[in-house]
Design a protein around this ligand. Structure first.
Ligand SMILES: Nc1ncnc2c1ncn2[C@@H]1O[C@H](COP(=O)(O)OP(=O)(O)O)[C@@H](O)[C@H]1O
Ligand SMILES: O=c1ccn([C@@H]2O[C@H](COP(=O)(O)OP(=O)(O)O)[C@@H](O)[C@H]2O)c(=O)[nH]1
Ligand SMILES: [Mg+2]
Length: 237
């Protein structure tokens, strides 16, 4: 079942799912308790209850990174962009660099273990327990690898729902010098996205963790659709 985030003033949760905000609030309360208790202790990372994880999903150019920056600013999460971690790995001349660059240029998905290990390294070295994981998992294999290697599931999943033509327009005007921001790669990426994201979305939808956000509008308008998801977790509503 979708959780469609609606406009600013109304309740974002469908009336058939009234418990979600309560569950989110309880989860974060538990997180605060465990973080306060052991955030500096050895092995804190392996204690699943310490983590409060949101996966931020959506097609290329749907606005994931843009909205993550706003969530960080307003709610103090640590933002981990899987694509950014891969680009950093390429720039560091790692032995996987050539394979990663080729995969990204082709718009394909990097082997799960590589991406999950990069995410894990960042999570382990970060004092924060609240993570936005942006652009991951991109397929079921990614999802399963994360849950096995990290030993945790996301608390929430945001899905930015954006029409293809809008995604193409945004990517082509992104202007960040990315090797994949060209029409050939974007077309390939959209095919990969269409073929691989549904099972992930369905999985979290069935678990009642999915928030589907309409990604059309100004950046601020979209953030007002996102804000209540996090405000509910903070118990601020
Ligand atoms: N709501 C929006 N309306 C128009 N352009 C946007 C919007 N949100 C983001 N953008 C722009 O679209 C491009 C892609 O956004 P980005 O956040 O990088 O998307 P993603 O991480 O999903 O690929 C960026 O140039 C960004 O400034
Ligand atoms: O978990 C991930 C995240 C990214 N990528 C690769 O990195 C590219 C860029 O991803 P990013 O999330 O930065 O792109 P965005 O969706 O933000 O445009 C993707 O097309 C993939 O080739 C990947 O293989 N696995
Ligand atoms: Mg991005």
């Amino acid at each position: 079942m979708w959780r469609r985030a609606a406009s600013l003033s109304s309740l974002i949760f469908s009336s058939s799912q009234p418990l979600r905000d309560q569950q989110g609030a309880y989860s974060l309360k538990a997180w605060k308790f465990f973080c306060a208790d052991s955030s500096k202790g050895a092995g804190y990372f392996s204690k699943e209850k310490n983590l409060f994880i949101t996966f931020v999903l959506g097609g290329p150019g749907s606005g994931k990174g843009t909205q993550c920056a706003k969530i960080v600013e307003n709610f103090g999460y640590t933002h981990l962009s899987a694509g950014e971690l891969l680009r950093r790995e390429i720039a560091s001349n790692s032995e996987d660099g050539a394979m990663l660059l080729d995969t990204i240029k082709e718009g394909k998905i990097v082997p799960s273990e590589v991406t999950v290990k990069l995410i894990q390294k960042e999570m382990e070295s970060c004092g924060n327990c609240k993570f936005l994981i942006d652009g991951f998992p991109r397929n079921e294999e990614n999802r399963i690898a994360f849950e096995q290697i990290i030993g945790a599931e996301p608390n929430n999943v945001l899905f930015f729902d954006c029409p293809e033509e809008e995604m193409i327009k945004r990517v082509l005007s992104r202007n960040e010098g990315r090797v994949d921001d060209n029409i050939d790669t974007i077309r390939k990426r959209l095919k990969v996205f269409a073929a691989s994201h549904h099972p992930v979305i369905e999985h979290y939808s069935k678990k009642g963790k999915l928030y589907k956000i309409d990604a059309i509008g100004t950046e601020d308008e979209i953030f007002e659709r996102v804000r209540p998801v996090f405000a509910a977790c903070e118990g601020a509503q």
